[in-house]
Design a protein around this ligand. Structure first.
Ligand code: UDP
Length: 194
């Protein structure tokens, strides 16, 4: 079930149901998955750029992050059930990764922020395997970094490059991976690093 707003199909489930019925099974079965948490800014960007819209449409799931999108859905026949903030989704995924001892890769933000994020994750989620981490000031087309990340076989790849760079990176390199849940997390690393 999805609600289409400005040509984008949004997930219309509660966060809990979205995770347990859609996302966790993909992790269990090592199926690749690309999640976009779309705030109104991202939706506006898809209106301004056809190329960006094409990238967002490659996502398995576009999640409504922001009340603006829920409001927009009021003008549609179906009302979006729940706003799913990207930051909350990331927290839940980290908790799940800790539970299941999944491995995670952290790509993005400035070097010192990126390092701080890994430190925080190690403390808060001791059962997560850190597949690796790298700051986000890289060229989108850098294949050697992407190959290295792919060869670490992470279960989850958090990409904090901001939009549209994180969606560009994911759609450019996802095909190098044999599994993985890919999620663009915007400024979340800065929040975690504090
Ligand atoms: N960032 C990055 N590489 C870049 C540009 C940005 O890693 O080339 C990081 C930046 O350090 C920050 C995150 O991406 O941690 C989000 O950046 P910004 O706030 O500019 O993007 P937005 O949240 O507005 O999408």
């Amino acid at each position: 079930t999805a609600v289409t707003i400005m040509g984008i199909d949004f997930v219309n489930e509660t966060k809990e149901k979205f995770l347990t019925e859609y996302v966790y099974p993909k992790l269990t079965h090592n199926q690749k998955c690309f999640i976009v948490t779309a705030n109104p800014e991202i939706v506006m960007k898809t209106r301004e750029s056809k190329a960006f819209k094409k990238l967002v449409k490659q996502a398995n799931y576009v999640v409504p992050d922001g009340v603006g999108i829920v409001y927009a859905s009021k003008f549609k026949k179906q009302l979006i059930k729940e706003r799913i903030p990207g930051y909350d989704l990331m927290r839940d995924l980290l908790a799940k990764a800790d539970q299941e001892s999944y491995s995670c890769y952290f790509l993005g933000a400035k070097e010192h922020v990126n390092e701080k994020v890994v430190e925080q994750i190690k403390q808060k989620y001791p059962n997560i395997t850190i597949a690796g981490h790298h700051h986000g000031y890289i060229s989108i087309n850098d294949n050697s970094i992407a190959d290295k990340i792919a060869s670490s076989h992470p279960d989850l790849i958090f990409v904090a490059l901001g939009s549209p760079r994180q969606e560009e990176w994911i759609t450019t390199h996802m095909n190098k991976f044999n599994k993985g849940l890919f999620m663009g997390v915007g400024g979340s690393f800065d929040v975690i690093a504090g």
